[in-house]
Design a protein. Sequence first.
Length: 438
Amino acid sequence: MSSPNPLAIELNETLRDGCPAAHDLLSERGRALYFPRGILSQSAEAREKAHRFDATIGVATEAGGPMALPSVLAHLGDIPPADALNYAPASGRPGLRDAWRAKLLEENPAMRDCSFGRPIVTHAITHGLALVGDLFVDPGDRIVVPDKLWGNYRLTYEVRLGGRIETFNTYAGSGSSAGFDVDALHAALRAGADKTVLLLNFPNNPTGYMPTRAEVEGMREAIVAAADAGQKLLVVCDDAYFGLTYDDDALEESPFGLLSGAHPRVLCVKLDGATKELFVWGLRCGFISFGLPACDAPGPVLEALEKKVMGAIRGGISNCANLSQTIVEAALGSATLEAERAQKRELLRARARRVREVVEREAYRDSWDVYPFNAGYFMCISVKGVDAEALRLHLLDKEGVGVIALGKSDIRVAFSCLEVEDIEPVFEAIDRSIRALR
């Protein structure tokens, strides 16, 4: 890359002086990122001071509002055109950012003691993952992930950015007594030399597992031990399925609050969104938040990180959809939202319980082993005596049943999209197909 822009150098110096961990973890691209003082900043100044005429921003207006077509307005309902059709700020609507931060503090008690700023709006969590990569991942950097992982991580970090994903064993033990393999995490982090990105996805896709508080405390110990040994660590919490827990022992808050601030050489990032939490997948509304280690002046550090994220957004997609943000912001202000969410969680909980009743039957012991699951949308089984992909195709062709094959032996079932009464027939078909293929 060419020499950094003076604005990028200024942000880098702020990070270096205020939070060396954040500065040292930046990728080459991350060091070069900045938010330009160009059209957007001049337009912002004009909104404050141009009391006669504002001819700065590239939108068309009439009658004091955005120019709009009746065939579009007809579908907006009571949403004002300005809140649907105008550009949103690169960092997101201020009211939405404040509302989401208040939600985080309400639902994650441990975050109340964290040093974190206003969440920045992303085009859902996949975009947030890409932004993390832009800021922190150079070619060859190691990204440590449990071996039960969402396949899109490889596209995001290996294909796009040339990073190197390394996996460790997700589960210790077997059957219903299994849990997160803290010892495997210790070993994976000890294998690092200088810089490590640790990516944690809980509730997990594909397995539907949410760790216990004790397991997260074990994760923190592993992170601190690696940092004490001299590593710089970026800990990324992909919280896509946050809040959807179905067992009493599953941690009900994000690991982010328990891991943030763990060590001076550790920077934490939280990725979450309305996508699954509010059941609005196609609105593509997510957030990225930074959790700092202890530092004397967190404000300038958080502002510098925000400006780098804004630069990455500006240089990639310009900004996120205003209409989606408006809808989510309005929903967060609804007095009935929590009751509505609770009703949907109970529906998913009933499906998870029915899955457990069915898959753990003695009659199926010869067909599969069940990975522990207690949260999210999914569960996984390890099938016996057949290839997972061959089983998937057989289920499609002979049974009209769709599942996801993962590797040689794992099958992922999304119980989130099965009615309770459909769960037993699905697993009957899987068992029947396994026996037929044998």
